[in-house]
Write a protein that binds this ligand. Sequence first.
Ligand code: FAD
Length: 496
Amino acid sequence: MDASSPTVAVIGAGVGGLTCAALLAHAGRRVTVFEKNPSVGGKLNWLEQDGYTWDTGPSLLTMPYVFEQLWQKLGRRLADDLTFIPLPVTCRYRWTDGSVIDEDAAFWRRPDVARFLHYARGLYDLSADAFLHHPLEDWWRQVNFRNLPKLRHLPKIASFRTMDQVVRRFFGQDPHLIQLFDRFATYNGSSPYRTPAAFNIIPYVEAKFGGWYVKGGLYEIARALERICRELGVAIHTDREVKCLKTAPGGETPSHPGFRLEGTGDSGVYDQVVCNQDVLSAYPRFLPPATARRFQTTRLDKLDPAISGFILYLGVGRQYPQLSQHNIFFSDDYPAEFRQLFDEHRPADEPTIYVAVHSKADPDRAPPGCENWFVLVNAPAIAPGGSIDWTIYGDRIIERLERRFGFDGLRASIQVRKQFTPEDFQTRYLARAGSLYGFASHGVRAAFQRPRFRPPGMKNFYFVGGSTHPGGGLPLVCLSGQMVADKILGRHSGFT
Ligand SMILES: Cc1cc2nc3c(=O)[nH]c(=O)nc-3n(C[C@H](O)[C@H](O)[C@H](O)COP(=O)(O)OP(=O)(O)OC[C@H]3O[C@@H](n4cnc5c(N)ncnc54)[C@H](O)[C@@H]3O)c2cc1C
């Protein structure tokens, strides 16, 4: 590594931060990562107890090509580091009336579903390049003759309808399919009743690229990224929280002073800073007060925070054959659930429950004859004055699974029970109000309102990760890391 090459500090070792760090180091930059927690990975993390292991956040991988391309950019073969396993059933959906739908290849081929997918494909064709694969400010690069035929899909994108309104037009006679497709709004922490129809692209992406598991657990992605970073010479310091930034002499040029990172015990001066901290909590911490105040009044005070999550990690001392690897147990009243989350700022009385059981694919992740359950329900972002007894709420979730969905003996067979609350998301990851993805994608301008990589008034400072462009989810934060690295290196981002 060239001792005269620019130095970069990365605040936070989430997937966005690690992706960016690896690419910058690969390009010869001298990179140092500061992570406040004891382990890297951010929300993609790991828990183990009594022979059980759990991925603490993400449980399903989509768009695996994003990681394939990252590995290619790093001059490596993904298969040498990770094994991606396709899931024959991406998710099993259940209702209290006993109905079951498996999201598998046959499901996507159903004529009614195929018609919806045809519509959603138009959204994808028009918007994937502009919104997923390029920085928002570079959308104009998409305006060229090659893309003109795609413009016929523009009315679908610019529609004032919500996801739910369009889903109803396709599946008006079938409340189960409406609920199933509405559910994709929660992939970015939003309500289907307020999210613009353009986000119906999400189920298309799942149908097109499938659902995947990573052998050994999704945390293997974080482990692999950490290993690669270290091989490339990235210094990774855990248990170091960056409290504030100070400009300091000694930067790239006299007109561009460098940054000193306060609170880390590190005396280095860095030419550039990449911030993987949640944008909403990072603004007041790292940006000039006037810029932070403007952000408060133009964004924070006006836009809905994305939802948070409440998680139970259960070690279950028996096996339930009716479960697939990923399962959704729907509530009877979806509109009420989102009203309670977004308007009343409280957990839903009857929540939709997601249960992932990775030991179905990877028996080593639980003792013999047992299962490692990851149980997730949507939770409200933390509101002032609210106080929730999450342990009691957890009891209600277990009771609901027993009583309404036939999991007899579940409570009695639980050997390990741990929980993670919105307050934990706030304190562990500095996620403002415990929100998982920054702002919800509510309103027609949602996609354009995500905070940009480069905040105003800050030179050589970049945001990366789920609360900036293009959004939350492992592939998107990996794309975010790639785009920010390209920006810093002066390269044009884009995928073919
Ligand atoms: C419960 C749950 C389920 C999910 N399920 C899925 C799924 O199935 N599939 C999927 O693709 N995605 C899923 N996601 C989303 C996915 O996990 C996230 O979008 C992604 O991991 C976020 O990555 P990030 O780069 O934004 O960083 P984060 O994961 O937010 O990490 C940021 C890191 O920065 C550190 N940090 C913050 N501030 C500082 C500071 N000042 N100093 C030092 N360090 C700091 C934090 O400690 C953290 O480690 C899920 C998320 C959650 C929470």
